[in-house]
Design a protein around this ligand. Structure first.
Ligand code: PLP
Length: 415
């Protein structure tokens, strides 16, 4: 990779302008590091917990300690943290289906949920979807500016509403990610209308980007993927479901089998990696947040619309950029792929991807397949041609990703 003086100056001057944002990210990382250390000490984490189990995975003290540590960090009664949860979508599906019954209504107050969930829920007719089990789906569309539409939310809650699924991060939507404070207000609003609505937060990409997590904002359940923020880049697979004891137990019965719940599930020798990744996560997330802010300012200076804006507070690691053409999306993703440690020599192309409706391009030369806590960019190939950038196992690597994207866009002429 080669960076011209023009590129270096563009990125360096942006970094100087962002010093206040970087200091804020340091402060949040420090608080989260302390929180995680406290939880590990409180639960007397010890060498003996790293052994792991096979087969049924009964009497796995390491797994129980891992789950107790997650519960403490998220200020929750319980947690299910498993390598058997293969993705965020899988964890969300289990948390929802475990807590819903035929005739119940599932309500999204944050607009259309993440792409892969459209099939899970049955918004897009799919065999085995929630719709086939008689679970009714309702949503409140977001306002035109992407903010919450409280009138529509009030109208969407009925006496059958069992669960509200709140999506913190933007997914592939051009809308703000909802910060912990907004989620707090939203949950208060929902519970005032119907106090027994189970409030679930899709926390993907949000963990450790702020000082508090969704349960502290009143959520009953929070769910996420270990190959995003809380795996710290080391977790080779996994997901988590945390929250109230009865909700986590119901989700566990869906992950394993009714009656088996949390008592089974081998850790296969992964416990140490999951805990070590968790321990590193605040530092990794700090680098990702700083990298996204830098990308935001650099591409804003290059004349593109960006979301969030460079100096806005952040609640996740995702940076959206409106590039405006399929060609530019491909160029951007190629620049990120080229700056990756693995498969740097391959050219990402848009392709059909399980769970997504149209072709999606994904750049990510990552150590863990699909791990988007690592330097990555992805986009559906459709107007208005937004790309979503995130990740970087080190802040230095995120910076290199920004440099290479900037170099590409300064050098290339687009038709
Ligand atoms: C990544 C993500 C998910 C889950 O995606 P998986 O690829 O299944 O892990 C869900 N919701 C949001 C908002 C996400 O960003």
């Amino acid at each position: 990779m080669f960076f011209s003086n023009e590129t270096l100056q563009l990125v360096e001057s942006a970094e100087k302008e962002l010093s206040v944002q970087f200091a804020a990210a340091d402060n949040i990382a420090m608080k989260n590091q302390m929180k995680i250390l406290d939880a590990m000490q409180k639960h007397r984490l010890s060498e003996t917990h790293f052994g792991g189990t096979t087969g049924y995975g009964y009497n796995d003290g390491g797994r129980e300690t891992l789950e107790n540590i997650f519960a403490s960090i998220f200020k929750a009664e319980a947690a299910l943290v498993r390598p058997q949860l293969i993705s965020g979508t899988h964890a969300l599906t289990a948390a929802m289906l475990g807590n819903l019954r035929p005739g119940d209504e599932l309500f999204s107050p944050t607009g259309r949920p993440y792409e892969t969930l459209a099939k899970v829920i049955g918004i897009k007719p799919t065999p085995g979807s929630f719709a086939e089990y008689g679970i009714v789906y309702k949503e409140a569309a977001l306002a035109a500016d992407g903010s919450l539409d409280y009138d529509a939310i009030e109208k969407g809650i009925t006496k059958k509403t069992k669960m509200a699924a709140i999506q913190r991060s933007k997914g592939y939507c051009w809308r703000p990610s909802f910060c912990i404070n907004e989620i707090k207000n939203l949950i208060k609003f929902i519970k005032k209308i119907k106090s027994d609505v189970i409030c679930l937060v899709d926390n993907c990409y949000g963990e450790f980007a702020e000082e508090e997590e969704p349960v502290e904002a009143g959520a009953d359940i929070a769910v996420g993927s270990l190959i995003k923020n809380p795996g710290g880049g080391l977790a080779p697979a996994g997901g988590y479901i945390t929250g109230g004891e009865k909700y986590v137990a119901a989700a566990a019965d869906r992950v394993t089998a009714p009656g088996l719940g949390r008592d089974a599930g081998p850790t296969l020798g992964l416990t140490r990696l999951l805990l070590q990744g968790l321990f590193l996560a605040p530092q990794v997330v700090r680098g990702c947040v700083a990298g996204s802010a830098l990308m935001s300012l650099v591409f804003s200076n290059l004349g593109y619309s960006v979301l969030p804006l460079p100096f806005e507070p952040r609640t996740d690691i995702v940076q959206a950029i409106r590039l405006g053409s399929a060609e530019k999306i491909k160029k951007f993703c190629r620049a990120i792929q080229q700056a990756s440690p693995v498969d740097s020599f391959v050219t990402p192309e848009p392709a059909a991807t399980p769970g997504y409706s149209g072709p999606v391009i994904m750049a990510g030369g990552s150590f863990i397949q699909g791990a988007s806590a690592e330097l990555s960019a992805d986009a559906p190939i459709e107007p208005p041609y937004n790309v979503f950038f995130q990740g970087g196992l080190t802040g230095f690597h995120a910076r290199i990703g920004v440099l290479n994207a900037a170099e590409t866009f300064l050098r290339d002429t687009f038709v």
